[in-house]
Structure formats: C-alpha cells, structure tokens
Design a protein around this ligand. Sequence first.
Ligand code: SF4
Ligand code: SF4
Length: 474
Amino acid sequence: MSNYNSKSKKAEEFICHEEIEETLQYAKENKGDLKTIRAILERAADCKGLTYRKAALLLECEDPEIHQEIFHLAQQIKEKFYGNRIVMFAPLYLSNYCINGCKYCPYHGQNKHISRKKLTQEQIREEVTALQDMGHKRLAIEAGEDPKMNPIEYILESIQTIYSIKHKNGAIRRVNVNIAATTVENYKKLRDAGIGTYILFQETYNKEAYEDLHPSGPKSDYAYHTEAMDRAMEAGIDDVGCGVLFGLNLYKYDFVGILMHAKHLEDAFGCGPHTISVPRVRPADDIDPDTFDNGVPDDVFKRIIAILRIAVPYTGIIMSTRESKAMRGEAVKLGVSQISGGSRTSVGGYVEEEDEDDNSAQFDVNDRRTLNQVVDWLIDLGYVPSFCTACYREGRTGDRFMSLVKTGQIANICQPNALMTLKEYLEDYASEETKAKGLKLIEERLEMIPNPKVKEIVTEHLHDLDEGKRDFRL
Ligand code: SF4
Ligand code: SF4
C-alpha cells in the first residue's frame, strides 16, 4: 500500500517511490495502447496539462507517429503561451567552495586540485559590469555550499551589490538565486533581498540513488533537500524553479519525479514551479564519465522536453549552454522558453578569459557563442529574444502570475515587453548587422499586437528608446 500524498509536507510522501514505480509499470504495460494515447493527446490540446501518469505513458510510447504527434502538440502549446519569445539570462558563479560530496560535480569538497575561488564584492562589480556590457538584464547566481566561505550574509551582500551597479545604460533587473537548500529564516532573507526565482535542482528524485550520489555534507540529507521548496514557499518566495540532472539516474523515474514535485507544490501551495530546468550530465574535472551510464539520447531528450511542455504548459522551461546550438535550436521549438547566452561556468569567468588549463568550471560549456551571436541566431530563426524582467518587478509572482498565464492574458504583456527590451539591447549592445535585422523584426511584430491601446503605448516607448530613455515595461 503506497503512502503517496501530494499535499503532505514529508518528502517521502509527496515524492512516493512506490507510486513512481507503479506509474512506470502502468506506462510499460500500456505503451502499445495507441487509442488511449491519442485520446490523452487530444485532451491535452486544451492546455490544461497532464497527470504524471499520462505523461509517463506518452514518454514510454515507442510509436514514431505518436512521437511526431507529441512534437506537433508541444509546438502548438509553446506557440499559444509563449509565442515566439525566448527570454535570455546568464549564470554568475560567485564561489566554488563547497563542503558537499556530490559525485557528479567538480566542486565537491574532496576535489583537491581544482582552483577554489570566491569573488569579492569588487570582483562581483567587475563581473556584473562585464555582463551588463554584453547586454544581460537577468542573472542566476550560483554558489557552492560552505557555511564558512559562503554564508547567507555573503549571498545577500552580493545580491545587493549586483542590483546596485548601474554601468552606462546597463542594469541587472532580476537576480535568480541557485544556492543550497536552507532554512525558512534564510529564505525570508532572500525574499527580502528582492530575488526573482529561487532555483534548486533535485538532481535525482530516487532516494537510494540520491544517497549514493551525495555521500557526504549537508546535501546528503534527501528529505531536507527535497522539502526545500516547501520551506522557500513558506518563507514567501513565490517563484521557485525545479530541475533534475538528467543522466544521473534513470530518466523515466526522474521525469515522473519532477512532475510529482510540481503537483505537490500546486496542491500544497496553490502554485506549481515557476520554471523547470532540464540539464544533462556534462564532462567536468575529476568526474569519471563511467560513473554515469544513464545518459539520455538526444531523441529521448527532445521527447522529455516536448512532454513537459504539454504536461505543465504554464511552467517556463530553461535550457543552459550545456547543450549544443543544434539541440538548443530543437528545444526552443518544442518547449524551452528561456536560454542562457555567452555563459561562463567558472568563478570570475566573465572578466578573466577561461583558458584550456582552467579547471574551475562547473561543467564544459557546449554552446560557446557570444550573447550577440545567440541573439542573432534566434532572430534568424524567427524568435524575439527578450530581456524582459517585468513580472517580478510589477509584483506579478506566484499565483498572481499563474492566474494571468492560465487565462492567456500574459501573452498580451510578454510580447510588448519582449519588443521593448529587445530594442533596448539592439540600441546599446548589438552588432550593426544584428541591430538591422532586429529592428526589422520589431517593426513586423509591432503590427501584430492586437490591442490598439497597447500598440500605441509600445510605439511611443520605442520612440522614447530612440531618444535615449530606458527601462519600459507593462
Ligand atoms: Fe557543491 Fe552544488 Fe557541486 Fe554539489 S552540485 S558539489 S552542492 S556545488
Ligand atoms: Fe516573463 Fe513576465 Fe516578461 Fe512575460 S512579461 S517575459 S512572463 S517577466
């Protein structure tokens, strides 16, 4: 008898091993039932999402025609909720000191030959200035877990520093935070510091695999880690971002796990995760690639993204530069709504060029293009790269945000914001070539704004931007 309870506050009850195993068994037994699968797809077209059981069945199905139908529906849903906008961000590594023993990460405490670095506030200023000069407005800060080297006070001071820097026309307007699971009290401090999303990857939802992969340090406590989002939400952080590191454990298990986690947050707090990230294991210093033999092939990975898009239409999907240009191109079609660009995954990497011998990166970047190259490429593909950070600054977070998304109203806000922030980027940071094609795209897309009043406001602000004014949002 399973003890599954989506509203429970206990990790092993809201992420229930038996329920996941039963779900996977159900999917295996019914994967040939194409009639049921087609009926699920038909219902899912109403954009109300999917249960984890139905999503697992779609993922298990081996029929190539069904795969195409899944891709088709995912693209339709993506188009409906996110249009052709892709939100841009960059990671900023503050410190790679860490006392945990994660077997898949080069920052693990036992790695004695990696160079350890922690940015001073002055160095943060330099990194952020470099990021602003690239055109970034939205950051995700990252730090290892080390109560002595990276206490919460250091993180809070760093956030304050980041928000305070105004270099030329630049500004970081949203700081998302990816730090270790912590206490309600510390989450309250992060909330008061004005963070955007609190991001924490579960890595794997399988308790046994989790404990094996995390043999030492505070992160080895599965329940404390898994219940972190509950504590963050109790502390008043409305937007939380989940993720698993695909390839650590069997992907089907973690796929069900992450949807179960999303259901838990929805059932227990009335609001599911703001985002889901989909990293895959990458090579890194001191990591034995043979340890991880659960690699997810590209075709399966694409289906995971597409089915997530169908299962949680209201949740942003994030993809980093771990993936190649080709995979990122596929992913933005199928469901990814936010990507990083020009990323450095080492501490201090935006100021000091990473060289071949530098072993301080958390993982090997696959897509090494500059932000301008990524922006240019997205425009060529017909997307509007967006530097928008409006919602959190307008107080549209948590369930307020979700109700706007669910009624489809958000689409009327995102597109104008995307056009205005892209224009800002083009004026201040883009190459001449990118600027020319970007301005043309803005002109075309402006005509497609359906509400005449909104169109008038955006037209006015686009002119204001020509005159040197900045930071417009709806
Ligand atoms: Fe530390 Fe995070 Fe790396 Fe684990 S994954 S070793 S907690 S930096
Ligand atoms: Fe994101 Fe809100 Fe901006 Fe849309 S308007 S891109 S949801 S911040």
